[in-house]
Design a protein. Structure first.
Length: 320
């Protein structure tokens, strides 16, 4: 990433804790900072902003490489994190400091933001008007250290907050795709359908990717959503593809699984709600200690040299 390629985008989407994770793990994203902007008070504190008297809103400043992850894709991802019809805040957070906005940093961003808002308005997806403001960027003030990367530092509380505030359910209700079971039976092989739709498990050492040694990306067999990379795949000796981490944790949902008399953490894809496999804590310690044990039948492999023709050219950077 060269200095010439770097841009900044600023989005206000309600509580800034919930606006870091969706962007943080995308290709081409260099940094995501939680902070305050839109007002005139220099160096505001969290407590001051929460009074809704400073004019500032909680926001995130994203440093990105537009040649890898274009601003248009940032806008698309932004809309899917918020209730754009809420003019008084976001979910159970109310007031000026929680109102949504796109703060553009140049004329091109302004045009793209306004066009994106208009497109959403005209799509008819929501019955109410789009209330998100499109405003010129003002000075961005980073928030206190305890608020940075909150989803990593306080993972349990973050998940509870995102669920309890109503944001998580809103996103699922409005943006998740519900696959048509009849169509999937036609599209998928019997084992792919059994694994993804019936929580099945394929046989170890007798599946497509358990010993794959090509470089590339694995996507959800149902939705095509990017999930894992061979850069994080390793031989765990279990007979299934194993990964130390996903491409984007926001693309996965974790659920308690008590089937077969065991207590395990199930992994499902966020977009298609496909059953993928399970997470265990016996992975490589130097890489976080986690093992994502995934069924090959839930995945489609796209070799590194075919990423561009599959619309995934942004992920080439992870192999460089």
């Amino acid at each position: 990433m060269t200095d010439q390629a770097i841009e900044k985008a600023i989005f206000a989407g309600g509580c800034f804790w919930c606006m870091v994770e969706p962007f943080d793990q995308q290709p081409g994203i260099k940094q995501v900072i939680s902070g305050y902007t839109g007002g005139d008070k220099p160096n505001p504190t969290y407590e001051e902003v929460c009074t809704n008297t400073t004019g500032h809103r909680e926001a995130v400043e994203i440093t990105f490489d537009p040649t890898v992850f274009p601003y248009e894709k940032l806008l698309s991802l932004f809309w899917k994190q918020i209730d754009p019809t809420d003019a008084g805040g976001q979910f159970h957070d109310r007031g000026e400091s929680y109102k949504t906005a796109i703060f553009y940093t140049n004329d091109r961003q302004k045009k793209l933001a306004e066009a994106s808002k208009q497109e959403l308005e005209e799509s008819g997806k929501f019955n109410q008007s789009i209330a998100t403001d499109v405003l010129p960027a003002k000075t961005f003030y980073p928030a206190e250290e305890k608020h940075q990367d909150y989803y990593k530092k306080q993972r349990f509380h973050y998940k509870m907050y995102k669920k309890g505030s109503g944001r998580e359910d809103f996103i699922k209700r409005n943006w998740s795709k519900t696959p048509n079971k009849a169509e999937l039976k036609e599209k998928l092989t019997p084992i792919q359908y059994h694994v993804t739709q019936e929580n099945g498990t394929e046989r170890p050492f007798d599946n497509e990717y358990w010993n794959n040694n090509q470089q590339g990306i694995y996507v959800d067999i149902v939705s095509g959503e990017p999930l894992f990379s061979t850069t994080n795949q390793y031989d765990a000796g279990c007979g299934w593809p194993s990964f130390t981490k996903p491409l984007n944790r926001n693309a996965l949902n974790e659920k308690m699984d008590t089937s077969h008399g065991m207590r395990r953490i199930e992994v499902r894809s966020d977009e298609a709600n496909s059953h993928l496999g399970h997470i265990f804590d016996d992975g490589p310690i130097d890489q976080g200690g986690m093992r994502y044990c995934i069924n090959s039948a839930a995945l489609r492999f796209i070799p590194k040299d075919e990423l561009e023709e599959n619309g995934l050219e942004a992920y080439r950077t992870i192999f460089e």
